[in-house]
Each structure stands twice: as C-alpha cells, then as structure tokens.
Design a protein around this ligand. Sequence first.
Ligand code: IMP
Ligand code: MG
Length: 175
Amino acid sequence: MEDSSIKIFIDEKTLQAKVKELGGLITKDYQGRTPVLVAVLKGSFIFVADICRHIKVPVVFDFMAVSSYGSAMVSSGIVRITKDLDTNIEGRDVIIIEDIIDSGRTLNYLIKNLEARNPKSVEICALLDKEVPRKTINNVKYKGFEIPNKYVIGYGLDVAEKYRNLPYIGLIEEE
Ligand code: IMP
Ligand code: MG
C-alpha cells in the first residue's frame, strides 16, 4: 500500500510493545476470572486480535458494532447499535476493547448500554485517546497512547473503509 500522503505516526514496533504491555496488565488484574472482551467493530478488530494473544487468562469474545461516523471524518454525534452482543453479560466481567476515543460519545453510550445489563464489572481498554476538549471518560483503565487531535488511520482505523490493514498508525498529510 504505497501512498505517499501517509506519514507513520506510531510505528509497528512501538504499537506492538504497547499492546503487549496492556495485555500483561489485563492478565495480572483478571487472575482467576474469565472476562468477556467486547470489541467495538469495525475499528477494534485488529487491536483485539493482537491484545488477546497477550492475555494469559481465559477470555470470551463478543462483538458490538456501533456507527457514529458514517463515512465522514467528523462525528455525526449519533450512536447507533448495528450489531448487538450474542453473549448474556449479566454477572460477567466485561472489558470493552476500543480502538480510539474521540468525542467520547461512543464509549459513554456503550458503558451505559452495557451497565444496564447488570455485568459484574465493566472496564475500558482503549488503544488511542485523542486530546480533544471534552469531559474525560470515566477512568479508562487500560490506555495505549494519548495522541493529538488529528485524524489517524491504520491498525483497524479507516477513512471510508480504507487503510484498516496498515500495520502502523498513520496520519494523512494535508495537501
Ligand atoms: P467518538 O464517539 O467521537 O469517541 O468516536 C469514536 C469512534 O470514531 C472510534 O471508535 C472510531 O471508530 C472513530 N474515530 C474517531 N477518531 C478517529 C480517527 O482519527 N480515525 C479513524 N476513526 C476515528
Ligand atoms: Mg471504534
């Protein structure tokens, strides 16, 4: 995927080291438990695939798809569930696996939605957290990188469904 307008922002090695570190923290915290990893599609599919292999306790996978962006690079502000969980999470330890927090609307909505199902616990694992003016998301327990308020792509993240397969986090250079 040669695209001269893309600049590497977080390279593959740095990314993988952080993913491993986060997996290690989860392993330590969830000894004796079997958390449900709830990955938020589509953006988190690569992150969850990588981090789960560093989590050395049994896990159960489930997926939720929410849509808030359409194909534009600006949030529409509307969160909609397009695919719900298959698992009953009542009484379970849930870890939401999210690619990136921007306005925080998606996560705030998800936390409320999942907590209404009476899980034992809900924690958040987010790879990227954008420095944008907003209320902080109530304790993101596992956080990868804080990044400036720029649109990033790769490692699951897209622009209009493109670039998700880049092994690094990239920036699209302004013309
Ligand atoms: P929020 O609801 O504004 O926090 O948006 C979160 C969702 O928007 C993320 O889960 C991503 O799917 C998408 N998103 C936010 N920022 C970016 C970005 O810089 N690149 C790609 N997708 C993004
Ligand atoms: Mg997402």
